[in-house]
Design a protein around this ligand. Structure first.
Ligand code: UD1
Length: 437
């Protein structure tokens, strides 16, 4: 079993270029199905979730090649409308293929998606929006069978919650529908903007009237395009939290500062110093941080739920009591147990986490149980005294491209090892310091 070994207590220093966005790449890859041409996608990170999306594209009949961080997708010969359960279960985002496959072939047959275990994650909003566009959807033995007998028809749809995935599915289904779709209370995440930019570059006609309204005028076909994926704001925030936890002085390149403003404020309240222009951000942290009392996860432009675990890991050693309210997912505190094993004092009351800052965390053997929880354990380990061993790396590899190599460039004492060790059978126990490489 692979593990990451971190010898904590080393401040981070240096410059790091942030990877392309996972959550923008995945719907863009699903959107390639709509194109009757060749799409070149730059800055597309090499992650296990992206590889899962590529396998779905290939199954549908696309030809996909990668050169560095550039993917080329030829979708001229898409014919298949089914996605096998094994591919659907590889990640939650597989559900966005529903809108694009249905729009391209007039049919789709697939099962419920996989992904992180962070609550129920239903798809009712996706399905009711697609039905409003004229899809006929039936469930047979766990498989969704969808058809658009008379081509999808534009209409007015209002989401009861600005779901990211449901917004993406509406964009994909409506881009080539007959007539105009107006989507109210749409998600406003930067990844949605990037999907709109991609679709418009392929010939779609999508505008926003602001405040979460999207107007999608259906066009008859989409062609290929060249598109550069936005930087990953959650990866950027994770590295910022690592600096907060371990101390140091780091410059992040290829950041969109406007995408992370709500979280920058939290870092500043905690005592980090941030200097940023449009595309570069410098963060400095020296000494013990201060607690932050009023963090509440919200849809964009609010504090992102995907940054909650990382920021909590950073605040475990802040002076005073921090409070984080998770409003987006009902079960997203899986990292708390492992952080407490490392010496954190955290209480959970429903959707509220109360973090009484301790002077120091200590190293432990801990296991990642979901993607962002895994990053949180690495962040906590970087600031902890002693050695930590982190397993469950397949979760972390879904969203972070070579996370240990990135942190090594900043001077962290971190390495990945495939060796099996006796510590693995003692999950969540303190461990002795291991020799460095
Ligand atoms: C996306 C992101 C994920 C992020 C989340 C919220 C990707 C690949 N994933 O996930 O990293 O944490 O946005 O910013 O982009 N809901 C329903 N019914 C639905 C759809 C959603 O009740 O049909 C609920 C969910 O259970 C959840 C909340 O709405 O509680 C947010 O979900 P949604 O915005 O759809 O998130 P995802 O698209 O799954």
């Amino acid at each position: 079993m692979e593990k990451i070994i971190v010898h904590g207590g080393q401040p981070l220093r240096g410059t790091l270029r942030v990877q392309g966005s996972k959550n923008a790449s995945l719907p863009i890859l699903a959107a390639c199905v709509l194109s009757d041409g060749v799409c070149v996608i730059e800055n597309c990170p090499d992650l296990s979730d992206v590889r899962a999306a590529v396998r779905i594209l290939e199954h549908l009949g696309c030809t996909v090649s990668r050169a560095g961080n550039q993917l080329t997708v030829d979708s001229r010969r898409v014919s298949c409308y089914t996605i096998p359960d094994t591919l659907m279960h590889e990640m939650r985002s597989s559900i966005v293929f529903l809108g694009s496959v249905l729009a391209r072939t007039g049919k789709a047959a697939l099962c419920a998606p996989g992904g992180c275990e962070i609550g129920l994650r239903p798809i009712d909003l996706h399905l009711s929006a697609l039905r409003a566009l004229g899809a006929v959807i039936a469930e047979e033995h766990g498989t969704l069978r969808c058809e658009a007998p008379k081509k999808l028809q534009g209409t007015v749809i209002s989401l009861s919650f600005p779901s990211v995935g449901a917004t993406e599915n509406v964009l994909l289904a409506a881009a080539t529908a007959t007539g105009t779709t107006m989507l109210l209370n749409a998600a406003r995440e930067p990844e949605i903007e990037d999907l709109v930019r991609f679709l418009n570059a392929c010939g779609a006609d999508i505008t926003t009237t602001g405040e979460g309204t999207l107007v999608i005028r259906g066009v008859s076909r989409l062609h290929g395009c060249r598109h550069r994926v936005i930087p990953d704001r959650i990866a950027a925030l994770s590295f910022m939290a690592a600096v907060g936890a371990a101390g140091g002085d780091v410059v992040l390149e290829d950041v969109r500062t406007k995408h992370i403003l709500s979280v920058n404020r939290v870092f500043e309240q905690a005592g980090c110093l941030i200097e940023a222009d449009e595309h570069t951000l410098r963060i400095r942290a020296d000494g013990r941080l201060r607690a932050v009392q009023d963090i509440r996860t919200l849809p964009h432009p609010g504090f992102p739920t995907d940054a909650q675990a990382a920021v909590m890991a950073m605040l475990c050693t802040a002076k005073g009591t921090s409070v984080i309210v998770e409003t987006i997912f009902e079960n997203r505190f899986h990292h708390v147990h492992a952080l407490c094993r490392m010496g954190a004092h955290i209480r959970i009351e429903g959707r509220v986490a109360i973090i009484d800052g301790v002077e120091k965390l200590h190293g432990a053997a801990v296991s990642a149980v979901d993607l962002r929880a895994g990053a949180a354990l690495i962040i906590a380990s970087l600031g902890a005294q002693g050695t930590s061993i982190i397993t469950g790396l397949h979760h972390i590899d879904r969203g972070y491209e070579k996370i240990e190599a990135c942190l090594q460039t900043l001077g962290a004492q971190i390495e990945r090892s495939a060796e099996s060790g006796r510590q693995q059978s003692k999950q969540n126990q303190p461990v002795r310091r291991l020799p460095l490489r």
